[in-house]
Design a protein around this ligand. Structure first.
Ligand code: F6R
Length: 607
């Protein structure tokens, strides 16, 4: 995800901007740049790592005590020097950095092009510089306000101009932005860690606010120009904690980021009527209508995400679908034909097994669609079609928010396929769209119930074995809950379809053995309850994940982790959250290294 920096004060801006960008590196980026002013504004930018930018600056150091900087994570246009930020209007007098997506960028671009504008990049962000320049009439804040009114989407934007050489204007529409208040100098950044070593006093900018930044401080207004009175907050965290946004571990931070990840993955792609626009998919409706089968291949958590896709494609779209572990598929000599689509899912886009399995598609004349989090990853380069998950960089080795984004991406893909094949009617698509848009709120609600998870964690922290059961989509979530628990807590755990328990594993259920049961699939509820009764009859302990309205489960369970009522098809999104938190808390209670659990790598590049 892009990072933003800004500085105005008595010092040289260049080194401060570079230092801040370095501290934002953990967000992930593929190019960087700065603009520094001293009457004129000089933009310097480079593809790749910040050291490439530093090499440019070493040859030709910028001078000036006001500036803005950016690390870019490509969305519109490849990671190149030209597409890197900052972007200037053709006169070079208005310079912009931007984090987020302008949804109506094509309309704006067409309008500007019709008036004769020429563009130096392929980005949506450059258009903002053109608009600010066009709207400027002696008041930079007003020009920015007008630009915001013209641009739909969620973003943060920071603007400087030779016309008002002592001022930086910034706007927040969802993407984060903070102002650091120094003594005669003011800093601006995407998040606190970038500038915490300069100051501990911050103004946190809220959505739809505009801030006028000078060396003397910052004035906040609503985007419509109403003054906002905001007290600065004082940060006591140390530097290491602050990188984690005040959370004890990256994993907890990333679990808590999931509502925003859902919003980000949906952004600009899903309409209220359930139609979707997925920018990286090159195939057309005829291709989808002619599909005989979908294969999904992945490893680990990504495989577990693929199981959700498999169930949705089969049960809802009535499209044959098979999910296969990549390391199995690649050597299985599968029968794949040109009328079949292979979907490879990988957070990193670098997992060697998944890359090898993905290569099967071209060998059989099939298309390969990559669902990945990393722009420009090897998997994305192999792919015919790409669906980026937009989870942002995931630092914790155990995957949480990237898994969440994989689920959302697959729902979007299912809506696209269902519409083209006529297997999802308009009313159903509309209902799913509404449900998807409500998910961030539902996940926030689940996150607020951490005490229920802590109670469950206390019950299993000293167990030798833990079992997870569920049916259908609940089984897929059981697998993910079990994987998270074992990789973090090093407890032995196993997940199985609830109906399978009685075919053997029940032998292991004795007094006090914990069984975690998922109960979000109403059409198989009673059958899952039968498995619960089998467990209870042998003295096992039941820890349930159930809807708020499920009163039946209280008869059998020792503890319940509740999720709000919702469409069963979307319930995995909410139901996985208590299980992620459960793994986290059990590992914490057992004193383990949470962000770097033993024997697990973030990107497994060996087969
Ligand atoms: C689990 C985990 C691993 C990865 C697996 C695939 O928390 O992180 O199981 O999911 O190694 O990685 P990607 O998605 O990068 O292909």
């Amino acid at each position: 995800m892009c990072g933003i920096m800004g500085y105005v004060g008595p010092q040289q801006a260049g080194p401060i901007l570079i230092d801040g960008l370095r501290r934002l590196e953990y967000r992930g980026y593929d190019s960087s740049g700065i603009a520094v002013g001293n009457g004129t504004i000089r933009v310097q930018k480079a593809e790749g790592k910040i050291k490439n930018l530093e090499a440019l600056l070493a040859e030709d150091p910028p001078t000036g005590s006001i500036g803005i900087g950016h690390t870019r994570w490509a969305t519109h246009g490849a990671p190149t020097d030209a597409n890197a930020h900052p972007h200037a209007d053709p006169s070079g007098e208005f310079v912009v950095v931007h984090n987020g997506i302008i949804e109506n960028f094509q309309d704006i671009k067409d309008e500007l092009a019709a008036l004769g504008a020429e563009f130096a990049s392929e980005t949506d962000s450059e258009l903002l510089a053109h608009l600010v320049a066009r709207e400027y009439d002696g008041d930079l804040a007003e020009a920015v306000r007008k630009t915001v009114a013209l641009s739909q989407g969620a973003y943060a934007m920071v603007v400087m101009s030779t016309r008002e050489p002592d001022t930086i204007i910034a706007v927040r529409k969802i993407s984060p932005l903070v102002i650091g208040l120094g003594d005669g100098e003011t800093f601006l950044a995407s998040d606190i860690p970038a500038i915490l070593h300069h100051t501990r006093d911050f103004l946190v900018i809220e959505d739809d606010e505009l801030v006028i930044v000078t060396a003397d401080g910052a004035t906040i207004e609503t985007i419509s120009g109403e003054p906002v009175d905001r007290e600065p907050i004082h940060i006591d965290w140390d530097a290491a904690q602050s990188e984690k946004g005040g959370y004890e571990h990256f994993m907890l931070k990333e679990i808590n980021e999931q509502p925003d990840v859902i919003t980000e993955t949906l952004r600009g792609r899903l309409n209220a009527d359930g139609t979707v626009g997925l920018e990286g998919l090159e195939f057309d409706d005829d291709y989808i209508a002619g599909l005989d089968r979908v294969w999904i291949t992945a490893c680990g958590t990504a495989y577990n995400a693929g199981l959700i896709g498999q169930e949705i494609f089969r049960r809802v779209l009535r499209l044959p679908a098979n999910v296969e572990y990549a390391h199995e598929l690649r050597d299985a000599d599968p029968i794949i034909g040109p009328k079949e689509l292979l979907i490879a899912i990988s957070q990193s886009g670098e997992t060697a097994d998944t890359l090898a399995a993905a290569r099967i598609a071209p060998d059989h004349g099939a298309r390969m669609l990559a669902i990945t989090n990393v722009v420009g990853s090897t998997l994305s380069r192999y792919a015919d079609d790409i669906l980026y998950t937009r989870a942002g960089p995931e630092i914790s080795v155990a995957s949480t928010k990237a898994y969440m984004a994989m689920l959302i991406a697959q729902y979007l893909l299912a809506l696209r396929i269902g519409a083209a094949r006529g297997t999802v009617d308009e009313a159903h698509a509309r209902a799913v769209a509404l449900g998807l848009h409500q998910l961030p709120r539902a996940v926030r609600e689940v996150l607020s119930r951490e005490s229920e998870v802590l109670a469950a964690a206390e019950r299993i922290v000293d167990a030798d074995d833990v079992y997870f059961i569920g049916r259908g989509l609940d089984y897929a979530i059981a697998l993910e809950g079990s994987l998270k628990l074992k990789e973090l807590s090093y407890l032995h755990s196993e997940a199985m379809p609830a109906g399978e328990l009685k075919h053997g594993t029940l032998a292991l259920i004795t007094d006090g053995v914990p069984v975690i049961v998922l109960l979000t699939q109403r059409h198989v509820y009673n059958k899952t309850i039968s498995a619960v009764q089998e467990v209870k009859a042998r003295g096992g302990e039941i820890l349930a994940v159930a809807y708020d309205t499920d009163t039946e489960i209280e008869k059998y369970s020792d503890t319940v982790m509740r999720i709000p009522d919702m469409n069963d098809l979307l319930a995995p999104v909410a139901a996985v959250v208590p299980l992620q938190l459960l793994a986290y808390h059990v590992a914490r209670m057992r004193g383990h290294d949470i962000d770097q659990p033993r024997n697990l790598a973030k990107s497994v590049t060996v087969e």
